[in-house]
Design a protein around this ligand. Structure first.
Ligand code: AHR
Length: 517
């Protein structure tokens, strides 16, 4: 009998046997008769920072561009993002947010000041994409707006006036009238207000106690004129549990969410040496996937601290920066954080979506970093060309998870071993969508072996199954401008359902998403 990894809703990190075992079938139970919490749609949110070509060139090309655009927004990018139902966009940073002064980005574009983007490449920031342009993007995508306020170098007055400018009812205050004079009469909704970003680092290098005081102070004066505005405190990164403890102790009454940032790197010893996005050995495929699974441990431990101060789970853990971070693409400006995106990134995306689904009670919002051209992007652009990445296709496959009911899963999975890495080869997530259909997602992280999987379905009446699979020949298979469809979903015919049991054989290194009918 081969060793298997037993996983359940409560599993955090798994201790593997030291010796590699024979490949085995995976077995699981989906308990549709014991529905869990809703997977909030905003868990599929995205982050768009003024960084490299994330905004300029990637989303915004200006009305006079030869690239087809809708009042300055790239049409190809808008169409692609609408297709995956982006529910929320976080802007303008990141580190950029704590140096951003909103008044620089309103009024006639020709009169907006040019500044230096000191965080990202030292390039000119002409402020042609400002509040109106961001809100126009959110409206075009049908996405909720998450605006990060400048706490590090701004003032409480600046934040409260920005909130007033965006949300004051039409024809009321001076700022509402200024907004109208700039072309927008009605207020916008600011669904989330970020109270600074990484206040322990680029947001001001603060102690947690000082950051909590500032958080409470800024929130006191940030009052939305219309709509509900949830306040998200700058939270910890990775395993900084002291930050969470202090923030929750001092600010729990004032905040609606605490941010968590965690980036997955293949090599995590030195920040300067993360490992390449392409051409990596299997050892780094394995270490990347092992590292990304730490998300589960971080969420579990931060949530346990939050539980002490907020047992009702009113305050969400908002994983508003997550994804892979590799060495910069060869020949690129290192400050632009450009990287290719391969099948490995698709695995990372799917595994994290499974983790967020398991923690749906506390994780009600997340934002992958970032939307276009930066880090683990959905889309890459180069002048007029655009390509959808493997990560984009994972977000496409998991659109039924948005707003669905999470279903408990118990799993016994074989191990995937490589060098010092041992992780469960299979990951399973299941939801019931708002129309009542059950969807089951299966990830096989083993790049070499297919695995049969059998799943007992409790409380599911389905008799038929359809599905799609994302896989490719090579671990670093990716889409390029010349070959844009190397990694794209295809129909999966390898699943059957009979007598309340779902069976499938998962190809090596694949993501399979099934709909039970
Ligand atoms: O996403 C890139 C940067 O990573 C963000 O600006 C910052 O918040 C984080 O350190």
């Amino acid at each position: 009998m081969a060793a298997i990894a037993a996983l359940s809703l409560t599993a955090t990190y798994i201790t593997a046997p030291a010796i590699a075992q024979q490949a085995e079938a995976a077995t699981a139970t989906v308990q549709a008769d014991r529905p869990g919490p809703q997977v909030h749609p905003d868990v599929f949110g995205q982050f768009a920072e003024h960084l490299g070509t994330g905004i300029y060139g990637g989303i915004w090309v200006g009305e006079r561009s030869s690239i087809p655009n809708d009042k300055g927004y790239r049409r190809d990018v808008l169409e692609a993002l609408k297709a995956i139902k982006v529910p929320m966009v976080r802007w303008p940073g990141g580190c950029f947010a704590d140096e951003y002064h909103w008044r620089d980005g309103i009024g006639p574009r020709s009169r907006r000041p040019v500044k230096i983007n000191t965080n990202w490449g030292g390039v000119n920031e002409d402020n042609s994409f400002g509040t109106h342009e961001f809100m126009g993007l959110a409206e075009r995508l049908g996405a909720r707006a998450y605006v990060s306020a400048n706490i590090g170098s701004g003032t409480p007055a600046e934040t409260s006036q920005w909130v007033e400018y965006m949300t004051a009812p039409a024809n009321t205050t001076m700022l509402a009238k200024e907004r109208a004079a700039n072309g927008r009469i009605e207020p916008w909704g600011v669904h989330y207000l970020g109270i600074g970003n990484e206040l322990w680092g680029c947001g001001g290098n603060m102690r947690a106690e000082y950051a909590a005081d500032l958080t409470n102070r800024y929130i006191t004066f940030a009052k939305a004129g219309t709509g509900k505005m949830l306040k998200i405190a700058s939270g910890p990164s990775d395993a900084n549990y002291e930050w969470t403890e202090t923030m929750m102790k001092m600010s729990v009454k004032h905040i609606d969410g605490l941010a968590l940032h965690f980036y997955t790197r293949p090599r995590d010893e030195k920040w300067e040496d993360k490992g390449p996005a392409l051409g990596f050995p299997e050892r780094e495929w394995a270490s990347t996937l092992q590292h990304t699974l730490q998300m589960d441990e971080f969420i579990t431990k931060h949530s346990a601290i939050m539980d002490k101060y907020d047992p009702q789970k009113r305050v969400m853990l908002a994983v508003d920066e997550w994804g892979t971070w590799y060495d910069p693409a060869p020949g690129s400006n290192p400050g632009f954080l450009q990287q290719q995106n391969s099948l490995r990134d698709a695995m990372v995306a799917a595994l994290n979506i499974h983790i967020f689904t398991r923690h749906a009670e506390r994780v009600k919002m997340a934002a992958i970093a970032q939307m276009v051209n930066v880090l683990q992007a959905m889309l890459l652009t180069d002048g007029p060309r655009m390509v959808k990445t493997p990560t984009y296709w994972v977000f496409d496959l998991y659109t039924p998870w948005q707003g669905a009911t999470s279903l408990p899963v118990e799993l016994k999975a074989p191990w995937y071993h490589k060098n010092e890495v041992a992780i469960p080869a299979i990951s399973v997530s299941a939801v019931r969508d708002t129309a009542g259909a059950v969807h089951v997602a299966l990830v096989n992280v083993d790049p070499n072996r297919a695995f049969p999987v059998t799943i007992d379905l409790r409380g599911v009446q389905a008799t038929a199954v359809t599905g799609r699979v994302l896989t490719a020949g090579a671990m670093d298979a990716h889409n390029s401008f010349d070959q844009p469809n190397i990694v794209a979903p295809t129909t999966f015919g390898g699943a059957t359902i009979a007598d309340g049991r779902l069976s499938a054989t998962l190809p090596a290194k694949s993501v399979v998403v099934l709909k039970l009918n």
